[in-house]
Design a protein around this ligand. Structure first.
Ligand code: FES
Length: 107
């Protein structure tokens, strides 16, 4: 089931934002190309928020040890993390951003 999370303009391009969707912590990421992504807001290597990391290209970097996660696949592309984080479906209707966090789309 999807939930209204925010408006498109609430998300700054090139940054990650913390959100709670259906009780789950989700990192909302708007890339410089304008696309919006939603991933699990906890690094798979440790209990830190990926929404506090830096966004570069199509990745968000964990601030603690530097693993970079692909926002499309959820896969870590640099160590030390070895497991993917969940990626959730995002739907845009007008200015509204909806996320369905009930079923990850990458597992
Ligand atoms: S806690 Fe994220 S890479 Fe170690």
């Amino acid at each position: 089931m999807r939930e209204l999370v925010c408006q498109v303009d609430d998300l700054t391009p090139g940054q990650a934002h913390a959100a709670v969707v259906e009780g789950r912590n989700v990192a909302m990421i708007r890339l410089e190309d304008g696309t919006i992504h939603a991933i699990e807001d906890e690094c798979s290597h440790g209990a830190v928020a990926l929404s506090e990391g830096e966004v570069s290209g199509r990745c968000v970097e964990c601030w603690l040890h530097g693993s970079r996660f692909d926002v499309d696949s959820g896969e870590p592309i640099t160590p030390p993390a070895t497991a993917a984080v969940a990626v959730y479906r995002v739907e845009i209707e007008g200015d509204d951003v909806y996320v369905d966090s009930s079923t990850p789309i990458n597992f």
